[in-house]
Design a protein around this ligand. Sequence first.
Ligand SMILES: [Zn+2]
Length: 92
Amino acid sequence: MGDIILFPGLNIECSKFTPEALNRFRSIPKHIMEQMLESVFCPVCGNGTTIIAFSGIMKDDDLILNGKCKNCWGKVERLIDGQEEKSISSTS
Ligand SMILES: [Zn+2]
């Protein structure tokens, strides 16, 4: 139920996020988040992939996304930390 975050190609259900994780997710500019979601390592594919159907939690200062590989539907995890966010925004 409730809100959905619209993203190119995917709808993210806010109910799958903890409130803290949702705040963090929303604070990251979409073009940066998009790059992060598209650069996830899948151990099954042995390759970079896009994370889909994910939920979000905070662990210490990091946002952790638990979801699935777009290609094989295997479980993948993406850790989003503030440092990476800064490095992407300074190069684009
Ligand atoms: Zn995969």
